[in-house]
Design a protein around this ligand. Structure first.
Ligand code: NDP
Length: 287
């Protein structure tokens, strides 16, 4: 039997519909949710991500502002723009598209964003709050994965979850969220001995590696839920994930495709965070 496909496009459409209603309500009350996006340099993949984020905003009735800088932009100019956006009460979310050119200190840029507008959830204070179970903006990709698990009513308490990858934007927050939800979590990385030993005992296997078709069917426990975060471009121009979909779907119980899986959910959760930020800002105005 082949696996159930977890359709990120369908789930996104449902959530974005609910979100558009909320955004319209806020707009009617004089607070249209607004996301400011900063793009530095000409990385084509980054340009596509930003275009999709801006288009997602438009469809949901969220205002978007886009600021573009050349590859050789001075960090002071970008930091100056962030300070301006921090001070602007009509802006609820600020996102700096990563990666940044090498003259930038990414950490410095991310920490310059006001915590209450950090809709990507990358600011160290948001990360700390998340780790302590306090209210925080949750990074969009792992948050989207949690929504996908919820959508299939995957029991998380006591489940064995294995996350491959320990990056700040995916692997680490993913592990935090699964831990908070009651799963027993193992985080694997390039130094892991006998990766297959771990992956084969996972009820939930999350691949966030950046290597095309790395996870093959023989690494998957029969019936497991496989979440493929990877986005890789093959030499023929096609997109593929970190999981070998064809072999894994024969073993897994449920699996996310690429494209049409975690990718659209990431943008959806960014829109969710922006609307939440606008709601908080309106509540503050009233309070
Ligand atoms: P990083 O390159 O920052 O991290 C990759 C992780 O994989 C590292 O922790 C690395 O280990 C680990 N790794 C690499 N090789 C191996 C190996 N042979 N065995 C076990 N672990 C290994 O990537 P990101 O987390 O930023 O992204 C991961 C993937 O997800 C990429 O394909 C990216 O494009 C995609 N992505 C998709 C998003 C979406 O919206 N769907 C959003 C963000 C990313 P170590 O730490 O030891 O180096």
């Amino acid at each position: 039997m082949t696996a159930r496909i977890i359709d990120g496009n369908a789930l996104s459409a449902k959530l974005r519909g609910e979100l558009a209603a909320k955004a319209a309500e806020l707009t009617a009350k004089g607070t249209q949710p607004c996301l400011a996006v900063i793009l530095v340099g000409g990385d084509p993949a980054s340009a596509v991500y930003v275009r999709n984020k801006v288009a997602g905003c438009e469809k949901a009735g969220i205002k978007s502002l886009k600021f573009e800088y050349p590859q050789d932009a001075a960090p002071a100019d970008v930091l100056g723009k962030i300070a301006e956006l921090n001070a602007d009460p009509s802006v609820h979310g600020i996102l700096v598209q990563l990666p940044l050119p090498k003259q930038f200190d990414e950490k410095e840029v991310l920490e310059a964003i006001a915590v209450e507008k950090d809709v990507d959830g990358f600011h160290a204070e948001n990360v700390g709050r998340l780790s302590q179970g306090q209210e925080a903006f949750v990074p969009c990709t792992p948050n989207g994965v949690m929504e996908m698990l919820k959508s299939i009513e995957m029991p998380l308490r006591g489940a064995e979850a294995v996350v491959i990858g320990r990056s700040n934007i995916v692997g680490k927050p993913m592990a935090m969220l699964l831990t908070a939800a009651g799963a027993t979590v193992t985080v694997c990385h390039s130094g892991t001995r006998d990766l297959n030993f771990h992956t084969r005992r996972a009820d939930i296997l999350v691949a966030a590696i950046g290597k095309p078709k790395f996870v093959t069917g023989d690494m998957v426990k029969p019936g497991a839920t496989v979440i493929d975060v990877g986005i890789n471009r093959l030499p023929d121009g096609k997109l593929c994930g970190d999981v070998d979909f064809e072999s894994a779907k024969e073993v897994a119980g449920a699996i996310t495709p690429v494209p049409g899986g975690v990718g659209p959910m990431t943008i959806t959760m960014l829109l969710v965070n922006t609307v939440v930020s606008a709601e908080r800002s309106l509540a503050k105005l009233k309070g």
